[in-house]
Design a protein around this ligand. Sequence first.
Ligand code: CTP
Ligand code: MG
Length: 243
Amino acid sequence: MRGPAFAAVLTAAGSGTRLGADVPKALVPLDGAPLVVHAASRLVDAGATVVVITAPAGHVDHVRAALDGTRGLGAPRVVVVPGGPTRQASVAAGLAGLPSAAGPIVLVHDAARALAPTALLVRVAQTVREGHDAVVPVLPVTDTVVRFVPSADGGPARSGGTVDRRGLRAVQTPQGFRRHVLERAHAAGAGVAADEATAASDDASLVAALGVDVALVDGDARALKITTAHDLAVATLLLTEGA
Ligand code: CTP
Ligand code: MG
């Protein structure tokens, strides 16, 4: 399935601390192929003309080798650059590595969401194409959600009350943007990018900080973020079921 042409920044520079594997998360195999290879193949299938991948600084060659071994994922279509200390810094590094002729639509995607279906990638790109500056896939929140009030006296934390989940959505990637809007947002947010405590956890929040409207489209449960060993087991199951 293929939609409008787009360029992609694929973040893969994290260490995967919570997964706890002996290689960075993007290189962890899922059904024999590293997560980053699954994600990059789906981007290319969906219509990516160029994919800039951010790799952990000491693993640029390993990521490049993993991609070169897969048909259609070698240079020049797929480019690997070193990431930064936070996801935001990595996306900025990926954007800086995009060729100037890459076209007006950019999708930012996480290698950790390795099984995001091609149809989801196409839906996001298509919605940007239809005239939206920023497009984010979301899912309804299914758990009851409360405000967390930390303990003041060594006892248990307290509930600060239930939040009406009907007004909430959980945000996924890929997030799609008009390239110049995303570049402006990263330039404006560059001052906080180096520090995990202040950096933005996604790109739409940087764009929204400029006052730009963010359009929401349906997400997909198969685009789950692989964070823990449990998530990797779920992803393995999804893949055997044809995801
Ligand atoms: N990422 C990145 N650069 C960083 C940190 C994260 O490119 N400095 C990427 C990750 O590779 C991942 C995505 O951002 O694809 C989402 O991050 P997360 O799921 O938190 O991955 P990790 O940071 O690798 O995992 P952990 O937080 O458990 O270490
Ligand atoms: Mg992380």
